[in-house]
Design a protein around this ligand. Structure first.
Ligand code: ATP
Ligand code: LTN
Length: 335
């Protein structure tokens, strides 16, 4: 369980907000890749619960979802012996560094963040200051661990660019302090699209549950959602990306079976959409089964779960504390 205090591997950090139960998009686009990166990198993976309150969440629900998301990380193969896996609020250095960075971030640059514009348009009755300063908290998440590579989807790239700008600005003003991070797009990544609107990505906050498959969905739910998946009227199964619905199903089959799109097309050659849908449903069920079994085991063992959270937070804090101390000292704060 113990790791060495110093490592020469480049640091990576990523996080997922525990706003809802994770989908197979989160699994194939994030968690599965995170698990494969654990040996090559000094990996930090966190449940971004502080971020989740920028849209109002019921406190009891947030607490429960934070623990469940942590359990799901472990079930999906994030190994606490090889990675530092933790819950954001357990490490107060994130918010301490946020204040220091906030004084070095500009209203203008925060106003340009696409996600802020989109989310404030959606929740016009709750444009809180946290929604606006959210990217500074994200910058603190990254910089507090001196992480070099940040595995994120396209929608978060802008926030990583902002983090770079803040870090460069800070280094110029106060002297070399932060490693300058870069967005990291994994070699094997998958973008899973909505089953109902295959031009849009599958999203855990989609109001239509038929659009997504949750990692914890039961087999009968998966079969039902696949039956309702949008295809087209052509009838033939080919690997044409412009036929978004069919292509998405073939892509999901490919990531489940670790094959290529061509392999999937060959597998379904001459078959109809009914076979495609049931084949994809079976592949998803098979892929999720071991994760669901492990999730149930981990979640039932509260002592183990709490112990893993505690150890993860301690490990994370050991690194984070050093950065905050350095930054506060440079800025003229005594602690
Ligand atoms: P929300 O609906 O709350 O915005 P989301 O399901 O889009 O959530 P995020 O929490 O924004 O997910 O993303 C967490 C991680 O999962 C990110 O690394 C993101 O790139 C990845 N991810 C999310 N959805 C997909 C998807 N459909 N395909 C591939 N990767 C995805
Ligand atoms: N904002 C991200 C989650 C997140 C994150 C991070 C990702 C919070 N802090 C630091 C990478 C690095 C999201 O909503 N997907």
């Amino acid at each position: 369980m113990e790791t060495t205090a110093t490592t020469t591997k480049p640091g990576i950090l990523s996080g997922i907000q525990p706003t809802s139960v994770l989908t197979i998009g989160n699994y194939f686009g994030a968690l599965k890749n995170w698990a494969t990166m654990q040996d090559e990198f000094d990996a930090y993976y966190m449940v971004a619960n502080l971020h989740a309150q920028t849209v109002k969440m019921d406190p009891a629900e947030l607490r429960r979802r934070s623990a469940e998301t942590f359990a799901l990380f472990l079930a999906a193969g994030i190994d606490p012996a090889r990675s530092t896996v933790f819950v954001q609020s357990h490490v107060p250095e994130h918010t301490q560094l946020t204040w220091a960075l906030m004084c070095n971030a500009y209203m203008g640059e925060l106003s340009r963040m696409t996600q802020f514009k989109e989310k404030s348009a959606k929740t016009a009755d709750n444009i809180n200051a946290g929604l606006f300063t959210y990217p500074v908290l994200m910058a603190a998440d990254i910089l507090v661990y001196q992480a070099k590579y940040i595995p994120v989807g396209a929608d978060q790239k802008q926030h990583v660019e902002l983090t770079r700008d803040i870090a460069i600005r800070f280094n110029n003003m106060y002297g070399e302090t932060f490693v300058i991070p870069e967005p990291y797009i994994p070699k094997i990544g998958a973008r899973v699209m909505s089953l109902q609107e295959p031009e849009k990505k599958m999203s855990k906050s989609d109001p239509n549950p038929n659009g997504y498959i949750r990692i914890l969905d039961e087999p009968d739910v998966i079969i039902k959602k696949l039956k309702r998946a949008v295809t087209d009227s052509e009838g033939e199964i080919t690997g044409n990306p412009e036929r978004a619905g069919v292509y998405n199903l073939l892509s999901i089959y490919s990531v489940c079976t670790n094959g290529s799109i061509e392999d999937s097309v060959a597998h379904f050659a001459g078959k109809g959409y009914g076979d495609l849908k049931s084949g994809v449903a079976d592949a998803i069920i098979e892929t999720l089964k071991p994760i669901q079994t492990e999730y149930a085991r981990v979640l039932a063992d509260k002592a183990y779960l709490n112990e893993m959270m505690k150890r993860g937070a301690e490990r994370a804090q050991a690194t984070a504390r050093k950065t905050v101390r350095k930054v506060y000292h440079k800025m003229g704060f005594d602690t």
